[in-house]
Ligand binder design. Structure first.
Ligand code: NDP
Ligand code: HSE
Length: 480
């Protein structure tokens, strides 16, 4: 096998960058034997070299990114600084030199993926981004190659390690939200700005990338309805447990069932469960006509990230700590589950090094050039408004324990054609406010918002009531 040394520049030597340095040093011989390649780190670009003096004493640490990127001995540029501004500028600089880029930066790709991919193609080079979603799980490779023969119907994932650590610790150890977040931060899972994680935005950015590949449609972060874990209360974790569920932050992209009535115009999908004025909806027939007029195929999607009650028997309920799992439903394959460590130094570095090998071997550049699945080559996704979603719901009301209160609540639900599946209320002193937990059968989200508004305006209810969605996988997504 012909052997080759590949010069690389590492932009960033933090959690993930240090993992890449470690794998390339410790596994140099294994990589050489398996691939015929050795990787020479020619520059490690950081903000504060003093921090790295001891740890990376033998490495070429620098603050001069331009020199590192422009170095003719650097063949591949690895961007691991995060953020969108500087990272974007440096990636552009590398691409304009015709140098392929490996990145773990989902924020940047979710915001500017199409533009950067177009630029890369113009300069006859490529962007590899396996580490951007699911940490060490090869989900990008699976969606762009292994599952290429499938029409994907749904993708349901736990894709944020920080949120999963928080929910796992709150559920299993009874920890507070703050203590659980601190653990994720200490372990290096959380983003530099952890509000990106807990607000659900990190998961939405990953979903945008995964859904774009899965559905051959350009999805951007703002297409996705997002709710985070920052408002989850221990009471709801406990009630969910009593009912046989665990709460997980799920990222869900699914094709709308045949006959769904509406699609979004503009940004209607960006609401929270708190009822808001309904956005501009148009009927399906006018959508079909306008899409046809634009020469586009009808492929409406529901795209959402939110805390979800998942039944304890569901495989996703068992995914704990920093582990991620992505269930993919393909028409030919059926249900496939991709499971592994979704964050952290070494799992993420594993994906970065895999990309380095694929880029150096030429497989990523070839796929990048040939496959028409990346966001630069696809049309914007047709996104349905969350109000049109059909789901089961968990509601927790704080109700005054007085005669007639349940009749008023059930009347409000009944008016909006919402059927109850279970009701839970503990004994308490008469006249006090007590939690009443209700689960529903399948209902329309718009109707649920309307009913909640009516319930929260009752004199016997202390608003705001909590409302979370329940999913029944795989029945809902047609898997087996
Ligand atoms: P860190 O904050 O640990 O590391 C960032 C590195 O980039 C540091 O070495 C920092 O320098 C350097 N850096 C940041 N800004 C600049 C700048 N303006 N100029 C020069 N150097 C700069 O981040 P992570 O390693 O955790 O994350 C890197 C990327 O990987 C992000 O895009 C993140 O979203 C992604 N990712 C992270 C995962 C994780 O588990 N941590 C998992 C999957 C993806 P200095 O050391 O001097 O501060
Ligand atoms: N902050 C991210 C997480 C890192 O917690 O999942 C992995 O992308």
């Amino acid at each position: 096998m012909p052997e080759r040394a590949v010069g690389i520049a590492l932009l960033g030597g933090g959690v993930v960058g240090s993992g890449v340095i470690k794998i390339l040093a410790d596994q140099r011989e294994l990589l050489r034997r398996r691939t015929g390649l050795t990787f020479d780190i020619r520059h490690v670009v950081v903000r504060d070299p003093k921090k790295h003096a001891e740890l990376h004493a033998s490495l070429p640490i620098t603050t001069d990114a331009a020199k590192a990127i422009d170095d003719p001995k650097v063949e591949i540029v690895v961007e691991l600084i995060g953020g969108t501004t500087t990272a974007g500028e440096w990636i552009e600089r590398a691409i304009k030199h015709g140098k392929p880029v490996v990145t773990a930066n989902k924020s940047l790709l979710a915001a500017r993926g199409a533009e950067l991919f177009t630029l890369a193609k113009k300069h006859n080079t490529a962007i590899a981004f396996e580490a951007s979603c699911g940490g060490g799980i090869p989900i990008i490779d699976a969606l762009s190659k292994g599952l290429i023969a499938n029409r994907i119907d749904a993708l349901v994932g736990i894709v944020n390690g920080t949120c999963n650590v928080i929910l796992t610790r709150m559920t299993r150890n009874g920890w507070s939200y703050a203590k659980a977040l601190e653990e994720a931060q200490k372990a290096g899972f959380a983003e530099a700005d952890p509000s990106l994680d807990v607000s659900g935005r990190d998961a939405a950015q990953k979903l945008a990338l995964l859904a774009s590949l899965a559905f051959n449609a350009r999805v951007v972060e703002s297409d996705i309805h997002v709710e985070g874990v920052d408002k989850i209360q221990p009471a709801d974790i406990n009630f969910a447990g009593e009912l046989g569920y665990v709460i997980k932050l799920l990222a869900i992209a699914e094709r709308a069932p045949q006959g769904s009535g509406f699609r979004v115009q503009g940004s209607a999908a960006r609401n929270s469960l708190n009822p808001e004025p309904s956005s501009s909806l148009t009927s399906m027939s006018s959508v079909v006509s306008s899409l046809r007029a634009e020469g586009r195929t009808l492929n409406p999607l529901y795209l959402r990230v939110h805390p979800t009650l998942v039944h304890k028997d569901d495989v996703l309920a068992e995914v704990s700590g920093s582990f991620n799992a992505i269930s993919v439903y393909g028409h030919a394959l059926g249900h496939a589950l991709f499971y592994g460590r979704g964050a952290g130094q070494m799992p993420t570095a594993s994906a970065v090094v895999a990309d380095l090998v694929s880029v150096a071997l030429g497989t990523t550049p070839l796929a990048f050039k040939q496959l028409q699945i990346f966001p630069d080559a696809t049309s914007p996704a047709d996104v349905l408004p969350i109000e049109e979603l059909q789901s089961r719901y968990y509601i927790r009301l704080m109700a005054r324990d007085v005669p007639g209160v349940m009749a008023e609540v059930t009347e409000a639900l009944g008016r909006d054609k919402i059927s109850l599946s279970a009701v839970l209320q503990r004994e308490s002193d008469e006249g006090q406010y007590v939690p009443v937990v209700i689960t529903t059968h399948m209902a329309n989200e718009g109707a649920m918002r309307q009913a909640l508004k009516a319930i929260d305006s009752l004199k016997t209810i202390q608003p705001p009531s909590v409302c979370l969605r329940i999913i029944d996988q795989p029945r809902e997504f047609g898997g087996g």
